[in-house]
Design a protein around this ligand. Structure first.
Ligand code: PLP
Length: 454
């Protein structure tokens, strides 16, 4: 490592100059940021040499694990050959074009086009405009409103944060922007009351139809949701939910947008979350697992229905980013997809490590602090509960989640806390032994928190 990076006072420099996303900055400056310096497989090391099992794959993204030199080598070759060129004004590069073919080859049969971005937020901004442009082009310009879900997450740009249903994000910056409304999430544990999960799934799906009636079908452009809501707490919808949503979108002629930023590229044991639920979206934002986070790249998968109109009727979509289809990022994504394919990592989640994780993680449901332990593919949640039998929640959910998370960290495991739900999303390459280690440390963290709460 060069001298420039080997500074011993990094925490002080960070506190003095670095404004962090989604962090209590006063506390962070007092405590000092955790400085992560190395990664290999499912493990990361901080600047003090402490090793952690990364049970969260960075931010739900390092699907192939850390330290894959194949990506570094491919990226270095591309950097030397052509570090940058854009895809504006009728131009492209070899990696961008090859990636367009590769990425759609794994999606539903009707998703045959992609518009590239550098992030998931940009991807959400992109389809938001694209949906309006589509409806205007087919002679229905009043179809502008997007229906999204409370507690959903679609990024941090103005449209992304507005589409998301996080109240604490809306409170900052006067969001949501006009033209975006929210319906309930399919969160049975917290909001299902006395209904069975299947009854509740139908009930919340039908809120979409009620909302369309209220707004007028002629004013609604699209419905957006994550196949499994991630940042909102790994909210796995009841079985009845997605088929009903699909039915309503078709019957009422509104575009269905599946935000695949987390679920895409194997997380649920299929290439995309919409395939797991048997749904056919018209648009699907992607990012994260597209490059396993090695370089920033995202995009919107676009169905033939929308692409045909964009190409033949709109012609010039006045939208794009300097880094749309960036050749080095596209190279990283191509190599990442090659690894996912060659090592059959998606199939491995479906047939092997996913079921193993489900059994091991599910067993944590016997803990006194855990109201339910659920998982799908390699995505899991533990609902912490004050009373398991009555599904009673804690008065200060954030404090309980943070307690468990901090005990896990102290014992060498990264988990995420969203309020009183503990979330896991390890790299897809995790071994059986590493899953056992994750579960062992999670149990230690739960025990320690339980003792403190009593
Ligand atoms: N959509 C979903 C479902 C996400 O989980 C995220 C990020 O966590 C985003 C969009 C935003 O992606 P990015 O942070 O790359 O802008």
């Amino acid at each position: 490592m060069s001298d420039t990076y080997a500074r011993s006072n990094l925490a002080a420099i960070d506190a003095a100059h670095h404004l962090h996303p989604f962090s209590d900055m006063k506390k962070l400056n007092a405590d000092g940021a955790r400085i992560i310096q190395r990664g290999e497989g499912v493990y990361i090391w901080d600047a003090k040499g402490k090793k952690y099992l990364d049970g969260f794959a960075g931010l739900w993204c390092v699907n192939i694990g850390y330290g894959r030199h194949e990506i570094a080598d491919a990226v270095a070759r591309q950097m030397k050959e052509l570090p940058y060129y854009n895809t504006f004004f009728g131009t492209t590069t070899t990696p961008a074009t090859l990636l367009s073919e590769k990425v759609v080859s794994h999606a539903g049969p009707h998703l045959n086009h992609v518009f590239f971005t550098a992030s998931g937020s940009e991807a959400n901004d992109t389809w938001f405009r694209m949906a309006r442009v589509y409806w205007a082009a087919v002679g229905k310009p009043s179809k502008k409103i997007v229906i999204a879900r409370k507690n959903g997450y679609h990024g941090s740009t103005v449209a992304g944060a507005s589409l998301g249903g996080m109240k604490y994000m809306h409170e900052q910056g006067d969001l949501p922007i006009p033209g975006i409304v929210h319906i309930d999430q399919p969160y049975w544990y917290g909001e299902g009351g006395d209904l069975s999960p299947d009854e509740f799934g139908l009930k919340v799906a039908r809120q979409l139809e009620e909302k369309i009636d209220e707004l007028g079908e002629e004013n609604v452009a699209a419905f957006v949701a994550e196949p499994v809501q991630g940042a909102g707490g790994v909210i796995i919808p009841p079985n009845t939910y997605w088929p009903e949503i699909q039915r309503i979108c078709k019957a009422r002629n509104i575009l269905l947008v599946a935000d695949e930023v987390i679920c895409g590229f194997g997380r649920l044991g299929e290439w995309f979350g919409h395939q797991h639920f048997g749904v056919e979206p018209d648009l699907a934002p992607v990012a994260k697992g597209l490059s396993s986070g090695y370089l920033p790249v995202g995009g919107v998968l676009v169905s033939d229905r929308v692409a045909d109109v964009l190409i033949n009727d709109v012609g010039d979509f006045n939208h794009g980013f300097t880094y749309s289809g960036h050749p080095v990022c596209a190279t990283a994504a191509l190599e990442n997809l090659r690894i996912l394919e060659d090592e059959r990592l998606v199939e491995r989640v479906r047939d092997n490590i996913g079921p193993y994780f489900a059994r091991a993680w599910g067993a944590l449901g016997d803990h006194d602090l855990v109201g339910e332990a659920v998982s799908i593919g390699l995505m899991g949640a533990l609902q912490l509960a004050a009373d398991k039998k009555t599904r009673m929640r804690f008065e200060k959910p954030d404090a309980v989640g943070a307690l468990v998370r901090n005990h896990a960290l102290a014992n060498g495991l990264v988990l995420r806390a969203t309020g009183d739900r503990m979330l896991a999303s390890p790299p897809l390459v995790i071994t059986h032994e590493e899953v056992d280690e994750m579960i062992r440390i999670t149990r230690i963290a739960l025990d320690s928190a339980w003792r403190e709460l009593k």
